[in-house]
Design a protein. Structure first.
Length: 182
């Protein structure tokens, strides 16, 4: 299922997804349609299109869906709107503890790998001790000067639109699985 959802998020056609996953085209088409219905019922953008008003996204969703039956146009519009919204809004934030050696190793791997790409921002969240009255404070991350009780926030600032859409879809489907096939 994960591979099929990755294909959907990459905007692959049913045929291309079937080739990539070695699953039949009708099965892929059914899953794709169920994902679109899930987006309509449980997604970020849920609306009932008014037949008297102009379409929200139809002019932009392009030639790929021109052959879609009229009763499915709203599903394709909602899919398109989700793709746009997740590409613009969905970001990845990790909270990693300095006190945990595995998490600290992850912080350093990300920090060192990011020196050229500048894909992430790093912020140190300083947590007060149990008897300290100071509120939480934050400052830019400096690996040479950290507090042992800190949490490092790793925020992804640039993300591929398809990857963002997949992360959103996968999280949605983990919370609310697809209904069984028709």
């Amino acid at each position: 299922m994960r591979r099929v959802i990755e294909c959907f998020a990459q905007n692959l056609t049913v045929r291309d997804a079937a080739i990539k996953t070695k699953i039949s085209e009708p099965a892929i088409a059914s899953i794709y349609m169920r994902v679109r219905v899930k987006l309509k019922t449980n997604g970020l953008v849920t609306f009932q299109p008014d037949p008297n008003s102009p379409p929200a996204a139809r002019p932009a969703w392009g030639p790929k869906h021109r052959g879609a039956p009229a009763e499915h146009h709203d599903l394709h519009e909602i899919e398109f709107l989700h793709r746009v919204l997740t590409a613009q809004q969905y970001r990845y934030v990790e909270r990693l503890s300095v006190a945990d050696p595995k998490q600290w190793d992850r912080v350093m791997r990300l920090y060192l790998s990011d020196r050229k790409t500048k894909r992430y921002t790093f912020t140190e969240l300083i947590r007060p001790g149990p008897h300290e009255l100071e509120p939480q404070n934050h400052r830019p991350f400096d690996p040479a000067d950290i507090y042992s009780k800190s949490i490092i926030l790793v925020n992804e600032r640039m993300i591929d639109g398809n990857a963002a859409f997949f992360r959103y879809l996968w999280g949605l489907l983990l919370k609310s699985p697809l209904d069984a096939g028709r």
